[in-house]
Write a protein that binds this ligand. Structure first.
Ligand SMILES: Nc1ncnc2c1ncn2[C@@H]1O[C@H](COP(=O)(O)OP(=O)(O)OP(=O)(O)O)[C@@H](O)[C@H]1O
Length: 328
């Protein structure tokens, strides 16, 4: 095994991304990242004792180029004797119907397809080829969209059944690996078009920052991302314990105890309120959270709108969350 293969296997094992007996669906676009990931998986497969297959989406966004990607991936899988699941999507129509950007539509269609194949064919994990640079782009993208702390976490290596074993790998390593193994890959020409926000960050923003602060951006974003991830895990546990100790802080019949909330710091209040809003499938944004914190500093009988149809009323020592116009 070479250096990259060892590091890949170590990632899978130490982060428990793949365990013995797992059936892993590898998401392959035909681009260098997912092609490198697939060949790394094949190289370590005997040691993993896991089963592999491939999933490919044809988003039909680049005409013959998209069909070329599909044939390329199918041929490659045939040469490796791997099963390959393919689906075709009218991505532009989906984007129009659901009023989503093309990028977001492709992401929704992709993960829906992966989930279907996993359920129907009994796969336990889906692996995508996101790497260090993708993570940096995601963090910057979140930053420009308006982000809260968890957004700085970027892409997660393990998120339910989704695994990203390449998150510690740099693009350059993957390209070098493919070259060493004599494996070709497809070029997605739309990656060069700067009208997509992510491409703009990848092709313009990051190179500009790196020109000025050479070698600083990637390690720094990686550190922030790791710390945000660790902090999120800590907060999950902390608030789970807090709500167990003080039941008035866990949403019960749409109510939270005002007294219990008032004993907390503003940070804790916002985190408890955030969890309550999430449980109610309501929008969680900084403005709404601040409104609710302000409500706690006002007086009984007061009511605020918490986005959408959700209202929150201070009544009988409780914050009451309700959707219809008649208060509880
Ligand atoms: N058309 C597709 N079919 C299957 N998986 C895909 C497809 N597009 C993306 N993915 C998965 O999502 C990951 C991240 O997507 P992204 O759009 O950043 O990659 P890409 O630039 O299209 O291709 P690659 O990452 O393979 O070089 C890919 O590494 C791959 O695992």
């Amino acid at each position: 095994m070479n250096r990259l293969e060892k590091k890949f296997l170590e990632q899978l094992r130490t982060r428990r991304l793949v365990e013995e007996g797992d059936r892993v669906l590898v998401a392959v676009s035909g681009g260098p990242d997912s092609m490198a990931m697939l060949s790394l998986f094949c190289a370590v497969r005997p040691l993993l004792r896991a089963e592999l297959a491939v999933a490919h989406c044809n988003f039909q966004l680049r005409g013959a180029e998209s069909d070329g990607d599909e044939s390329f991936v199918l041929d490659h899988c045939r040469s490796l004797d791997l099963e390959c699941f393919v689906d075709h999507f009218d991505t532009l129509r989906f984007a129009g119907e659901w009023k989503r950007s093309v990028e977001e539509s492709a992401r929704i269609l992709r993960y829906t397809f992966f989930r279907q194949v996993m359920e129907q064919k009994g796969f336990s994990k889906i692996a995508t080829g996101h790497h260090v640079n993708d993570n940096a782009e995601t963090i910057l993208f979140n930053l420009f969209r308006g982000v809260s702390l968890p957004g700085l976490r970027g892409i997660r290596a393990l998120n339910g059944k989704i695994i990203r074993p390449m998150l510690l790998f740099h693009k350059a390593d993957m390209v070098a690996y493919l070259k060493e193994k004599g494996i070709t890959s497809r070029t997605d020409t739309s990656n060069y078009a700067n009208d997509y926000d992510r491409n703009f960050i990848r092709n313009r923003v990051i190179p500009l920052i790196e020109e000025r602060f050479a070698g600083k951006l990637m390690p720094s974003l990686r550190r922030v991302s790791e710390q945000a991830g660790e902090l999120s895990e800590f907060l999950e546990l902390y608030f789970e314990n807090l709500c167990e100790r003080e039941p008035g802080l866990a949403l019960n019949e749409g109510k939270l105890s005002v007294f219990a909330l008032q004993q907390l710091t503003v940070f804790e209040q916002k985190e408890v309120l955030k969890r309550a809003l999430r449980d109610l499938h309501a929008v969680v944004d900084a403005r709404t959270l601040q409104k609710l914190v302000d409500l706690l500093g006002s007086q009984p009988g007061k009511m605020v709108m918490a986005g959408g149809q959700l209202r929150v009323l201070w009544k009988d020592g409780m914050l009451c969350f309700f959707r219809d116009s008649a208060p509880p």
